[in-house]
Ligand binder design. Structure first.
Ligand code: FMN
Length: 297
C-alpha cells in the first residue's frame, strides 16, 4: 500500500468520460477520488439534453463528481451555474484550459488566460455562490507559459479551493512535453492547493511527480486511466502492473458500457462510435490485429 497516497482525480475527456463510463468505472474498478465531467456549455436554448442527462443527479448518485463548465462571460457562466445548481450540484469546476479552436475563438477555455478581466468577472460570480465549492482547471497560457504567472495574484485572490494545472500552452495543444519547470514556478507562487495533470500513465509516473513536487494536492489523470482503468487503484494499493488484469477489466467495462449506451443511443452506428472512443486508448498498447478487431466490434 502506498503511504498517504495523493488524491487521484479522473480528468474530463469529451466523448470518453461520460456518465455511463463514470458509473461503470466507479462501480467496477474505483481507486479514483473524484470524476470531472467533460465541460458543459451554454447553448441558445439552455443546456443540451445530452449534458442535462450527463449530470442527472439520480443517475450520478453515489459517484463523487465535479461538474465542469465552460464560459466566456459572466452572464453565460451565471446561466450555466443556475442550471447546474438547480440540479443540486455543489462541486463545480471552471474550464480555463480547453484548447479546442472553436472554444478558444469564442473566448472560452484557454482564451480566458489572456482575458484577465473576464476571468475576474467569473471569479466574482463564484463569490455570489458561497454554497458551491469551486475549482479551476487551466494550462500555463495560450501562447506563453508566463501568462499564468501574470494571473497569479488574481488566482490567489480568487474563491477557488483547488487549481488543476496541465502544464502545456494551449496553442501547442498536446504537442511538447509537460513543462515541469514552469509547473514548479507556478506551484511555488500559487497559494491555492494545486493538482498536477499531464501524461501520467503508470504508478511510477505518479510517484515521480509526487517526489518532484511534494506539495501538490493531488494528481489528475485522463488518457492514462482510459488506457489502464486500474491505474488509480494500483497507485493507492501499491499493486504491481498486471497486463492480464488490465485487459480483463477493459473487457468487463466494455461489455457494461455497450449495454448502457445501447439504452439511449439512436442506432448501432452510434454505439460502435462510442465503443471506438473507448478502445482508441489501446492504440499501440496491444497487438495491431487485436486493436483492429476491437475497433470493428
Ligand atoms: C479528446 C479529449 C477531450 C478532452 N476534453 C476535456 C474537457 O472536456 N475538459 C477539460 O478540462 N479537459 C479536457 N481534455 C484535457 C484532459 O482533461 C487532460 O487535461 C489532458 O488530456 C492531459 O491529461 P492526460 O495526459 O492525463 O490525459 C480533453 C482531452 C482530450 C484528449
Amino acid at each position: 500500500m502506498t503511504s498517504n497516497p495523493l488524491p487521484v482525480y479522473f480528468a474530463p475527456v469529451q466523448g470518453s468520460t461520460d456518465l455511463p463510463y463514470r458509473v461503470i468505472h466507479h462501480n467496477a474498478v474505483g481507486g479514483v477520488d473524484a470524476y470531472y465531467t467533460p465541460f458543459l456549455r451554454w447553448e441558445p436554448g439552455g443546456l443540451r439534453n445530452k449534458d442535462r442527462h450527463d449530470i442527472d443527479p439520480d443517475a450520478n448518485r453515489g459517484i463523487p463528481t465535479v461538474v465542469q463548465l465552460i464560459a466566456n462571460r459572466r452572464d453565460e457562466f451565471a446561466r450555466l451555474l443556475d442550471a447546474v445548481e438547480e440540479a443540486r450540484w455543489r462541486r463545480i469546476d471552471l474550464n480555463a484550459g480547453c484548447a479546442f479552436p472553436m472554444q478558444v475563438h469564442a473566448g472560452r477555455g484557454c482564451a480566458l488566460l489572456q482575458r484577465p478581466e473576464a476571468l475576474r468577472e467569473l471569479f466574482d460570480e463564484m463569490r455570489r455562490r458561497p454554497e458551491v465549492e469551486f475549482s479551476v482547471k487551466m494550462r500555463l497560457g495560450w501562447e506563453s507559459a508566463d501568462e499564468v504567472l501574470t494571473l497569479l495574484p488574481l488566482i490567489n485572490d480568487s474563491p477557488v479551493s483547488l487549481v488543476t494545472m496541465h502544464p502545456r500552452i494551449g496553442k501547442r495543444q498536446m504537442k511538447d512535453k509537460p513543462d515541469l519547470d514552469a509547473f514548479g514556478r507556478f506551484l511555488t507562487h500559487c497559494q491555492k492547493p494545486v493538482v498536477y495533470n499531464g501524461d501520467l500513465t503508470s504508478v511510477g509516473d505518479i510517484h515521480r511527480i509526487a517526489n518532484l513536487f511534494p506539495s501538490i494536492a493531488g494528481v489528475m489523470i485522463g488518457r492514462g486511466l482510459l488506457a489502464n482503468p486500474l491505474l488509480g487503484l494500483a497507485y493507492r494499493d501499491g499493486t504491481a502492473f498486471d497486463e492480464a488484469a488490465r485487459m480483463r477489466t477493459l473487457r468487463l467495462m466494455a461489455s457494461q458500457l455497450r449495454a448502457a449506451v445501447r439504452q439511449h443511443l439512436a442506432n448501432e452506428g452510434q454505439v460502435q462510435q462510442r465503443m471506438q472512443a473507448f478502445w482508441t486508448y489501446q492504440k499501440g498498447l496491444i497487438p495491431k490485429q487485436e486493436y483492429k478487431q476491437l475497433m470493428r466490434e
